[in-house]
Design a binder for this molecule. Structure first.
Ligand code: AMP
Ligand code: MG
Length: 341
């Protein structure tokens, strides 16, 4: 079974080919030019996907040593994401499916992330707890089976990646903020971190990051009045303190869920799963509760088409069929999510 996967939900164009579930190629082209604007510009993103998609598909086929006619299944992200960006990949996939006369599978981007753990040799075991942390989402889920994904909690305001991006901008560290904050935080030499508050939400598995963002902003205004007055050492201290608090806000809720629900493994997915401190802290939690922990390699943490192809393959193998009328959706609607709200 040869699967082609396309991912164009935001600012990464990605094409992947799987053969019998094995990754033959996974090419990712990042639209770096958005950094000039401090965030993703939707119209520019759609245009860039349109330009790069076809050459990237050709390269992926070449790398996988597969011709287009050999493709058995065409998968593409249908949402959530930027509607214009989604339409580029989804429409292309539909056209290809029609011309090759091969089935088409629209894939929920979040479900793609959830299944990125299955791209690793050590796979998650059902039922597993899945923490999805990205620039647009922060979700805690229990994945019971391929078609039963239960949402335990979500962020009530900013996604954790968004919080990293906003604090990075505030500290003048650039975009994307996650890696920038992490780099600067690693340079911190002070052993005493600043204590920023962790929000307590009404529902025990929900998250909130906007209060933390405001606390950092207030701290800067009170202590320094202006960002220009902060030394490099203090920037590193603020970045490290913010990072520690954001990570703790995630891991303490994961720990709460492990105590309450009988799960076999834990999986950490999404762009923020690249964060070293978060990885370290979750390894500690998994050791404490003797649970298997699966975190994808860095290449599969951020947006990539291998996870889309893999989730699409599972949906197809489970007998799901999709019409070419399937529409792109910008919000968190899903093929098979069971939201428990
Ligand atoms: P995604 O939305 O899955 O494409 O992931 C992008 C988000 O992940 C952005 O908000 C980045 O700032 C964030 N991110 C990437 N690397 C890191 C990191 N090392 N630490 C924290 N956040 C990160
Ligand atoms: Mg993503």
């Amino acid at each position: 079974m040869k699967v082609l996967g396309l991912e164009t939900s935001c600012d990464e164009t990605s094409v992947s080919i799987l053969e019998n579930g094995e990754i033959k190629s996974n090419l990712i082209s990042s639209q770096d030019f958005h950094s000039d604007f401090g965030g993703v510009v939707p119209e520019l993103s759609s245009r860039a996907h349109l330009q790069i998609l076809l050459p990237l598909i050709k390269r992926a086929l070449k790398q996988g040593n597969i011709s287009l006619n050999e493709i058995d299944l065409v998968c593409a992200t249908a949402g959530p994401g930027l509607i214009g960006a989604l339409l580029v990949g989804l429409t292309f996939a539909k056209g290809l499916s029609f011309s090759l006369q091969k089935p088409f599978v629209p894939v929920n981007h979040i479900e793609g992330h959830i299944y990125s753990g299955f791209l690793m040799n050590e796979k998650p075991e059902f039922p597993f707890l899945c923490l999805v942390v990205s620039g647009g989402h922060t979700l805690l889920l229990i994945v019971k089976s391929d078609d039963e994904i239960i949402q335990l909690g979500k962020t009530l305001d900013d996604a954790v990646g968004e919080a990293f991006d906003k604090i990075s901008k505030l500290l003048g560290l650039g975009y994307p903020g996650g890696p920038a904050i992490q780099d600067v935080a690693n340079k911190n030499i002070s052993s005493k971190l600043i204590e920023f508050p962790i929000a307590q939400c009404k529902r025990e598995f929900d998250f909130s990051f906007s209060g933390l963002k405001t606390a950092v902003l207030r701290f800067i205004h009170t202590e320094y009045q202006n960002i220009q007055n902060i030394s490099k050492e203090d920037i590193a201290l603020i970045a490290a303190s913010f990072q520690k608090t954001a990570v703790l806000a995630l891991t303490r809720i994961v720990e709460k869920a492990i105590k309450k629900f009988p799960v076999n493994s834990i999986s950490l997915v999404g762009g923020v799963a690249a964060n070293e401190l978060l990885r370290y802290e979750l390894i500690e939690v998994s050791k404490k509760y003797k649970k298997k922990l699966v975190i994808p390699n860095l290449e599969y943490c951020g947006d990539n088409a291998a996870m889309i192809a893999y989730r699409g393959l599972r949906l197809h193998q489970n007998g799901n069929k999709f019409s070419l009328d399937y529409k792109a959706f910008p919000g968190l609607k899903a093929n098979s999510f069971t939201f428990i709200d």
